[in-house]
Design a protein around this ligand. Structure first.
Ligand code: PLP
Length: 243
């Protein structure tokens, strides 16, 4: 990632066109669902993407990026034009990496357990800051994924509500890989219901403002079911090359 390379002009152009197209299609999906287009934010997911391509979409007005790995983000960020840009961590976070990331991003979306929340709380309060978080829900109960099961969500949130230095702002999910849009929509609809149910509980110190769901293959369905952050990577930057 640190080696020098010449940006691929075609890829730069593709990123620009894709970014605009995705924005347009989010708007269309929002309007179709009777929602205000302003209520859905596009997160550009930048894992494995070289800074030059990320800067291209930032230049076009992208104001939210998501990175998966702590190390990769910290290695790249100095090359990014991040002024006015919100940064979220969206990848699996190990407790031993919490110290490195707290204070470096605006939100951790991948809070997948109470144990992790406690560590974020400990590190944040020691530094006198508050870290905004989303609780990751394992909506398909997949062993391969992290996240709290829906059945345990309320109980987990009541515990998190008592943690200093941590502010829950909503929920995030990655549903199972689906055969079709209808199937994906069912998971998103389920998430929306949990989001509403939790919001109705009005738990002290827990906000339910953000419902982060939908990726390149299914963001339209997610918008139709109430998502307000869609996390889009490959539909903007192209297929990922892992290093
Ligand atoms: C990689 C990733 C995305 C984006 O995936 P695409 O299919 O490339 O849009 C979104 N959310 C999370 C948590 C991811 O890891």
């Amino acid at each position: 990632m640190t080696e020098k390379f010449l940006p691929d002009e075609n890829r730069l152009k593709a990123a620009e066109e894709n970014y605009k197209r995705v924005l347009e299609s989010i708007k269309e999906s929002a309007v179709k669902a009777g929602r205000n287009e302003q209520d859905v934010r596009l997160m550009c997911v930048t894992k494995t993407v070289e800074p030059v391509y990320i800067n291209k979409v930032l230049e076009l007005g992208a104001d939210l990026i998501g990175e998966n790995r702590v190390q990769e983000y910290l290695g790249k960020r100095d090359a990014l034009n991040l002024s006015g840009v919100e940064r979220h961590l969206i990848g699996h976070l190990q407790t031993n990496k919490v110290r490195q990331i707290v204070g470096e991003v605006d939100m951790i979306e991948s809070v997948s357990s109470l144990k992790l929340a406690k560590e974020i709380s400990k590190v944040s309060s020691a530094r006198g800051i508050e870290t905004k978080c989303l609780v990751e829900v394992n909506i398909g109960k997949e062993e391969s994924k992290s996240g709290v099961y829906a059945e345990a969500l309320a109980e987990t949130l009541y515990e998190m509500a008592g943690l200093k230095g941590l502010k829950v702002e909503g929920l995030m999910t990655i549903p199972p890989v689906c055969e079709n849009e209808k199937e994906a929509r069912r998971y998103f609809a389920e998430m929306r219901q949990y989001f509403i149910d939790i919001k109705d509980k009005k738990i002290d110190n827990i906000n339910m403002n953000i419902l982060s769901m939908g990726m390149s293959g299914d963001y339209e369905a997610a918008v139709a079911e109430g998502s307000n952050i869609v996390r889009v990577g490959s539909a903007i930057f192209g297929a990922r090359k892992y290093f």
